[in-house]
Design a protein. Sequence first.
Length: 357
Amino acid sequence: MGSVVHLDIPFRQTTREARQSALIQCFARERRPETDVFWLKENAEVLNIMVSSGTTLPREALSPFDAVYDSLDRRLGFFPQYYRFLLSLGLDLEDLGLAGTKASRAAEWVASEGLVGAELSDLQRAEARRLCLRRGVDPVSGDAGLDDRLRAFGSRRATFALPNKKAAYELTHIVFYLSEYGQRAPDLPAAFVDSLTFAGTIAFLEMNLDLLAEVCIALRFAGQVPPQTWERWLAAQARNFVLEADATGWMSDDYHPYLMVQWFLSTAGLGGFGAALPEGGVRFTAPKPHAAPLRELSECIYRLEGVRNGDWSAMRNLVDPHLSLEAREVVEAAESAIDFDAFFHDFSRASAQELSA
């Protein structure tokens, strides 16, 4: 594994900023061509994390994006369907130190063209609003109920007591946008915070690093302290990622869990971005769980239909004998982290048994 990254001025990765610069180099130049929409997605994610983490970078670290930034207007005009990615890139590059005002013009153009009107999702409208407001432009000023709808969606706790990755990721992103990535209070109802806790419990039971990291970040942005059980597990798993030089393996790697866990560590004050990267293409491989606690628990309570109820204290003794040792240990850890009785009441789906009665 190499320890030298070549930018305009070669340097060794002896500091956190150097490692972050190397990460930017990797995503900007070593994974996908700029014409690939997934290049836009990946690099928008990386730069957004850098900005939200308060990263300070040398100017040469941003040089891989010079051509993209210089042509931002033309790209946005020809690819308006990707306006959120492109606008995000422009905003973050300027906020990281790239000189220019292209992002302001881009935000004004997005609003004047009514591009947000092509969105069907309140979440996407909220993202577009958040991006444009970074330059003082509100493209949805006439939609006074947007925040209320987002908070109402997140306050339906029962949604997030069940495995539903799409809903859970939308929940975390609502917090990201309403809080301006931790810069202001998102004013979440108590039920919304409960939903975050339930979504995190599902992620912990599934041993889903990516989602649990996002939930922990969202909780901190909401002014909450995530359960220590979750944070300790994430910090331990962070040490088990493998970063290796690979010219093509990155095409199906675990880059997103890696970024989310590093972002979590940074947000929690636990470091982050501590690994040096090899030169060239890098394959990010996440640690794989040895058990499937969520699946085992779900299958068990499904089989207990007829005697199943929402009282975990009554159900525990029925469930435990059917779980593997590994799954039982994870369930016990999940119990210690939150009010598991409240979670299990909805997770059990006991009331749904009436449908088949």
